[in-house]
Design a protein around this ligand. Sequence first.
Ligand code: 13P
Length: 333
Amino acid sequence: MNAELETIAQKMVSDGKGILAADESTSTIKKRFDAIGVESTEENRRDYRELLFRSDEAMKEYISGVILFDETLRQKAKDGTPLVSLIQQAGSIPGIKVDAGAKPMALFPGETITEGLDGLAGRLKEYYDLGARFAKWRAVIDIGAGIPTPGAVAANAHALARYAALCQEANIVPIVEPEVLMDGDHGIERCYEVTEYVLRVVFGELYQQRVALEGMVLKPNMVVPGKKARTQASVAQVAEQTVRVLKATVPAAVPGIAFLSGGQSDEDATAHLDAMVKLGNLPWKLTYSYGRALQAAPQKAWSGKAENVAAAQAAFTHRARMNSLAALGRWSA
Ligand code: 13P
């Protein structure tokens, strides 16, 4: 086992720290900017991400690593400092989203397959040289009538495992993200059942592709009812069901599990993580790898105006601090 990979993976999930997912693609960040009335220009995207990475307390105390989009990994701050250097100077680790997105899967109506394996070995080499020490690949599993199918889950799990193997060969820690979406009106039991199935298939494929579990981080969804479900779940239920499914499927060799927020409100995402950690007796670290749950507040506070930068940084720092407390099981509402 490669000691460098293990060290990085452990650092990504170290006590009271988690990951900032700031890897929105150009089309996703445009949606986020549309919501706050900001034009999605290269400069605005840079200014926004620069304000996050210059949030000193958050970056030094609560953010172990930042997942970047290709554009950001190459961008410079207003004063010419590479954005990657800002992250490194804060003691945080730059990471890179390497998948090319979830595309409609041929012959599997309503399901997607994540693309991006072709040429990945070469891209990983370049990303390493640009400073990335971990990567992310997201598989998307939707729940609906007759889906997911075993064929689509197997294809997505295989791609995740091939990606993870390529990363480890390039000395980059893979974040393995099989996301079961919370869209739809299904109950929490159905989310449990699908999440269990997906994780079993994913870990089977990781084994087949010889991925070292000690040198990866899992980024799963929590077990929650669909957003449109008639019966919603309590914080205690989400925590119990999520920890139960993870204990049933994720080997103890995995150093840490960093959840996605997936469209939960930012307070829910914090409360759920805190409740899971408070259950205790866990074989791996639990922490956050949140996108929306860390950024919704600062985006709203910023709204594209230079005079709001300090307020946006305060909002980001607050959410990061709350999630840090949750990862330690010390948060209270
Ligand atoms: P959310 O926390 O907004 O789901 O984003 C995390 C992420 O990286 C999704 O791929």
